[in-house]
Design a protein around this ligand. Structure first.
Ligand code: ADP
Length: 480
């Protein structure tokens, strides 16, 4: 048999209390009576009454505020108020407080039992409805979780979700396959589970900079692109995507460009050679000389382009391994010397500011010259007549910083992220300024291969500053 409902009576001792107790017990309810606040709290803590009947005046206290307090703690418990006499103000208060109802004399046994029965029925309906709603919402949430899990597990991109201390919350199938993870890994530190050095450096980079992407290279030739995203309140997510086929396409394209450039070089040298021979074969009239000059200039432009492409190919293939201990200021002086004629011809002032006794670098001097040539050459080329190019060299914190600052046209913000890409020329380049868009790509490759950084700061109309930061040679380091 079901346990009888417990009715809690919080009423001062009186004949009506005894009447209620008797009536309810006779109707098979269990009854508990409390005479003060402490007793009320105790019963509510130790058991779950099906209904509370409280006096409008209880133990010298106002009963309705006490009832409201209990309703906040037990929102589904029906609460009836008993008042010694009917008054509209009490009815209003009971309604406003959202209590179940109120009783007042004259009261017969039947009235008491009926009021309690009705209140319990209503509460039961409400309870059933709440349970149904909870079941429905839970089922819908469960469906969503299942859908999410299916998407997550079957996605071809790998996903790792980490908590704030880089322990694994979730990994999907693609990650397991890519990194050969078989065991259950939830709760373990990521770096204990996936020991790949590129994942370690991805986490290190993500901690110190705004990481956009990071390459993960496998010994068998696979290449993945890893991305790191902070997830507020939870931790972070790493997504990994197989880009092996893109890398392969890039390699085929580079091979193609390299082969074509290489094959173009010999015929170009021949054209230049023959062009030179023409003038030796007899006197040319002015127009013939002008045509020959244009021909030579064009062939030289193409030769320059081909040489740049071959250079980039070599740099990108990682062939630039020559390293010596060099003083950057000596290379700078040399370059400035060579380019000063060009600057003078364009009426551009070249100024050098450098800290004396700079620490040496471990670098390939030929590549550094090429880097300076391109940066200073650009500054002179893009600065209008009468302008100035300032070159600054200073040491800072185990590195040397080079700044090439000009009073040229500047670079529009939308172009700035792209100017180090191959063949990219900004939208404000005047038509009469020659160039292929390869110079800065070469600069970037050279700086990268020296573990440095290069960037530009520029405002259109206010000139540009190119910065290069290179690590200095630390005594004891091995130079190869
Ligand atoms: P380019 O052969 O066109 O000079 P670069 O790769 O050297 O190619 O430079 C890429 C682009 O960056 C240039 O086309 C130009 O738009 C911009 N640029 C480079 N240096 C400067 C500079 N000092 N002032 C203004 N724009 C510059």
């Amino acid at each position: 048999m079901a346990k009888p409902d417990l009715i809690l009576l919080a009423l001062d001792d009186s004949p009506i209390l005894q009447l209620m107790e008797r009536a309810l017990r006779a109707s098979n309810y269990e009854v508990a009576i409390v005479s003060d606040r402490a007793g009320l709290d105790k019963v509510l803590q130790s058991s779950t009454p099906a209904l509370l009947l409280i006096g409008e005046k209880f133990n010298g206290q106002a009963g309705i505020p006490l009832a409201v307090e209990q309703l906040e703690r037990f929102p589904t418990m029906p609460i009836l108020v008993y008042a010694e006499k009917d008054a509209p103000s009490i009815a209003k208060e009971v309604l406003r407080a959202n209590l179940t109802g109120y009783l007042y004399p004259p009261l017969r046994t039947d009235d008491i039992v009926a009021a309690v029965g009705r209140s319990l029925d209503r509460a039961r309906h409400l309870g059933d409805w709440i349970r149904r709603e909870v079941r429905r919402t839970t089922a819908s949430l469960q469906r969503q979780v299942n859908d999410f899990e299916a998407i997550f597990v079957n996605m071809s991109d790998g996903i790792i979700i980490l908590d704030k201390s880089s322990r694994i919350i979730l990994v999907n199938e693609a990650v397991r396959t890519a990194f050969g993870v078989t065991a259950s890994v939830v709760g373990q530190p990521l770096l204990d589970v996936i020991k790949h050095p590129d994942i370690r450096s991805l986490l290190e980079r993500a901690a110190s900079e705004d990481l956009k992407y990071h390459e993960i290279n496998f010994d068998d030739g696979r290449v993945f692109n890893g991305q790191f995203t902070i997830i507020p309140e939870i931790g972070s997510a790493i997504t990994v995507q197989d880009i092996t086929y893109l890398k392969e396409l890039d390699r085929i394209k580079n091979d193609f460009v390299h082969t074509v450039s290489h094959d173009l070089r010999s015929p170009l040298t021949a054209v230049l050679g023959y062009a030179e021979l023409v003038s030796r074969m007899g006197t040319l009239n002015d127009q013939q000389q002008e045509f020959l000059r244009r021909l030579q200039a064009s062939v030289q432009d193409i030769t320059g382009l081909v040489n740049d492409l071959l250079d980039l190919g070599r740099l990108e293939a990682g062939f630039d391994t020559r390293r010596e201990v060099v003083q950057l200021e000596n290379i700078l002086d040399y370059t400035v010397n060579i380019l000063s004629g060009q600057a003078e011809a364009r009426d551009v002032k070249l100024r050098v500011e450098r800290t004396p006794h700079l620490p040496p670098l471990r670098a390939n001097p030929i590549r550094l010259r090429q880097m300076l040539d391109n940066l200073i050459g650009n500054a002179i080329k893009y600065t209008p007549e009468g302008g100035e190019v300032k070159l600054c060299l200073r040491p800072e914190d185990h590195q040397i910083i080079l700044e090439v600052k000009d009073t040229g046209p500047g670079i529009p913000p939308a172009d700035q992220p792209h100017i180090f890409e191959k063949f990219y020329r900004a939208s404000n380049v005047p038509d009469n300024v020659p160039g292929s868009g390869l110079g800065l790509a070469i600069v970037k490759s050279i700086v990268d291969s020296h573990q440095g950084r290069v960037w530009v700061e520029s405002h259109p109309g206010e000139g540009s500053s190119f910065f290069v930061v290179l690590p200095i040679y630390e005594a004891g380091e091995v130079v190869r």
